[in-house]
Write a protein that binds this ligand. Structure first.
Ligand code: SF4
Ligand code: SF4
Length: 204
């Protein structure tokens, strides 16, 4: 972890102590810091900067995979960290999402006015999805249309980050004390859902 990145991670923790004290959140923040560092290292190896930028959000309008702990983090973040006005906007988005959801390919309910309403705790899938060349077009899944433009961060780093969260799962799922990297990968694949399949309206 580069010194500046470590400082950024620490700064985030400092500003969110209430969040970090909730069960599993410290583990998840460690995992996110690892992912962010892995992604930053992979970006640094590229010849050009990413096409991603503020207000660019077509990637949030497609199925977003997330683990149970990541989903819990989004819920807690909305409850603990968002100011009332943003929370109301999110509740309205949840209700709209519930009424209008017809496909898992709809927008993520945390997408508020073109920005992520839970950016500091967005799932790993969001953190690692970086596109080069040109910004995605509406409805474009760059992994299909131009996979060479999509960042491929080191898989071992991504999996290592997920494994940091295993202690939280051990308290809730039947898991052996020792688990291989392959078994952990299979476990996380089994518990992963997509954000659009979560009953957000019932949490509002
Ligand atoms: S992944 Fe595509 S849509 Fe998302 S921020 Fe990057 S360029 Fe924009
Ligand atoms: S959590 Fe944020 S970054 Fe991820 S899909 Fe939803 S709005 Fe986009």
């Amino acid at each position: 972890m580069a010194a500046s990145q470590e400082k950024d991670a620490q700064r985030f923790r400092y500003n969110n102590r209430r969040f970090e004290r909730m069960p599993g959140m410290s583990l998840l923040l460690d995992a996110y810091a690892l992912v962010d560092c892995g992604v930053a290292e992979s970006i640094a190896l590229q010849k050009e900067p990413p096409a991603c930028g503020p207000g660019c959000c077509y990637c949030c309008i497609q199925p977003i995979p997330a683990t149970p702990l990541e989903i819990l983090a989004l819920r807690l973040f909305a409850e603990l960290e968002l100011p009332p006005s943003r929370r109301d906007a999110l509740k309205a988005a949840f209700a709209l999402f519930h009424r209008e959801r017809t496909t898992l390919g709809g927008a993520c309910p945390f997408l508020l006015e073109g920005c992520c309403g839970a950016y500091p705790v967005r799932p790993i899938a969001c953190r690692r999805y970086v596109v080069f060349g040109q910004p995605c077009k509406a409805g474009e899944d760059a992994t299909q249309t131009r996979p060479a433009d999509v960042l491929h961060p080191r898989q071992d780093a991504m999996q290592a980050a997920l494994r940091l969260t295993l202690p939280w799962y051990r308290e809730r799922y039947t898991l052996p004390e020792h688990i291989t990297a392959e078994e952990a990968q299979a476990f996380f694949r089994g518990v992963t859902t997509v954000l659009q399949a979560v009953p957000w309206a019932s949490y509002a």
